[in-house]
Design a protein around this ligand. Structure first.
Ligand code: PMP
Length: 446
């Protein structure tokens, strides 16, 4: 290939993708990879699903675009109805977008417009957690709790108040003890009081953490306590289900594991499952109705709700149902998680394994007793991904801690992964971990 004119985050070049089917991908040189992270936790139903491709082809023959202010579209109507049937009672209104940042922006703008409409203009702050990731556009970035990403853009955007993410495993607390959930939720209440409840519009968090915290599962009681605190102070609760929504955790929404309903939900990623850029913001009628009656929602994106993306999204949901893929994600995810847990016996530098369904991660530490991270200079997250890549396994990694240290690896293959494929993934992962061990062991305490 001649020199590339593309640029993304860095100038590291990547193999050129030739084709992808199921959980496998091939580059133009014929090398095969397992998509062990579904891209960025996107390709939930695997690649090249023939029924989705056929639904898209049929839609393309009818129309590929109809501007949402000129036409309703059948795929849009059907998909919205389907989504409303999968979300909590009273959340009947769906607003389509083309990605996760747009879904989060839409959520905070709807929250704000609702507050203004009902005479609560003083409410504008959106509290979020650190670490967290809510998107890269300036509004969503203001909620993102990760300094290296946000700092260059201040004061263009104003970072919003943060509370600690409930990382019980790092703080030495018992995740199954309701006192742990209460402990972290109390920090939210303290922050609301510190900021002044009349100024706080909403709290946003990821029910099951994504890239920033590495599949963080909240401690017992946390989800319910957060809901109660928000209600007590008139603060709206927004669930960022961009990554945890869509079925990957074994249920359609991450928060369904705790039966907690928010006021607004943002979804994307697995919702379009890589077939089309698609996302949605779903809100409770008690927010949407006053905003619509008050003159309409002052927000929207040109490509939103286009019939091709909606037809793809609808076909994805139908495939998930027809293939009982959420059940498979729960069952296979349990198996993969327990096998990852076994790896802790073999590799002392794996400090934690966590997640739900097929939203799973493990975290590197230099010392399990203190949970101290690997030395920053090792650049472990980067090296491990390269080593797995060399084995033909794609995994996703990020820095967990809010500085520049602490590394976790997300293992999130598509929801169609079979038991045999779990074994295949583990063999590749083990080979990569052996290579990684040779690199890190001189840096570990004896
Ligand atoms: N929220 C969460 C929880 C995410 O994981 C992401 C993407 N990593 C986003 C928002 C932003 O989505 P997008 O990259 O599609 O804008």
């Amino acid at each position: 290939m001649s020199k590339s004119h593309l640029f993304y985050q860095s100038d590291t070049s990547r193999p050129v993708l030739a084709e992808a089917r199921g959980i496998y991908m091939w580059d133009v040189d014929g090398r095969r990879y397992i998509d062990g992270s579904s891209g960025a936790m996107v390709s939930n139903i695997g690649h090249s699903n023939p029924n989705v491709l056929e639904a898209m082809r049929r839609q393309m023959e009818k129309s590929t675009f109809g501007y949402r202010l000129h036409f309703e579209t059948e795929p849009g109507e059907h998909l919205a109805a389907k989504v409303a049937s999968l979300t909590p009672e009273g959340m009947e209104k769906v607003f389509f977008v083309s990605g996760g940042s747009e879904a989060v922006e839409s959520a905070i703008k709807l929250a704000r417009q609702y507050a203004v409409t009902v005479g609560q203009r003083s409410r504008w702050k959106v509290i979020s957690r650190a670490p967290s990731y809510h998107g890269s556009t300036l509004g969503a970035l203001a909620l993102t709790g990760y300094d290296p990403l946000t700092r260059p853009f201040e004061p263009m955007m104003q970072a919003m108040p943060k509370v600690p993410a409930p990382r019980a495993y790092l703080d030495g607390l018992d995740i199954d003890d309701p006192a742990t959930g209460a402990h972290y939720a109390a920090m939210l209440e303290a922050k609301i009081l510190e900021e002044g409840p009349e100024s706080v519009l909403a709290f946003i968090h990821e029910p099951v953490g994504g890239a920033s915290t590495g599949a963080l599962v909240p401690p017992a009681g946390y989800m319910q306590a957060v809901r109660e605190i928000c209600d007590r102070h008139g603060v709206l609760l927004i669930h960022d289900e961009v990554m945890s929504g869509g079925g990957r955790t074994g249920l359609f929404l991450g928060a369904d594991h705790w039966g907690v309903a928010p006021d607004i939900i943002a979804i994307s990623k697995g919702f379009g499952a890589g077939y089309a850029p698609l996302g949605a913001m779903i809100a409770h009628d008690r927010l949407v109705d006053p905003v619509l009656k008050g003159g309409g929602f002052m927000h929207g994106h040109t490509y939103a709700g286009n019939p091709l993306a909606c037809a793809a999204g609808l076909a994805v949901l139908e495939e998930i149902e027809a293939g009982a893929m959420m059940d498979n994600a729960a069952r296979v995810g349990q198996r993969l998680k327990s096998r990852l847990g076994d790896l802790m016996q073999r590799y002392s530098f794996i400090g934690d394994v966590r997640g739900k369904g097929l939203l799973l991660a493990f975290e590197f530490v230099s010392d399990r007793r203190t949970m101290a991270p690997l030395p920053k200079a090792l650049n472990a997250y980067h090296h491990f991904v390269e080593m797995a890549y060399a084995e033909g396994l794609i995994v996703y990694s990020r820095r967990t801690r809010n500085g520049l240290e602490g590394d976790h690896i997300l293992v999130c293959p598509p929801m169609i992964t079979t038991d045999e494929q779990v074994e295949e993934i583990l063999e590749m992962l083990t080979r990569a971990l052996d290579r990684f061990e040779a690199k890190v062991s001189p840096a570990l305490p004896r």
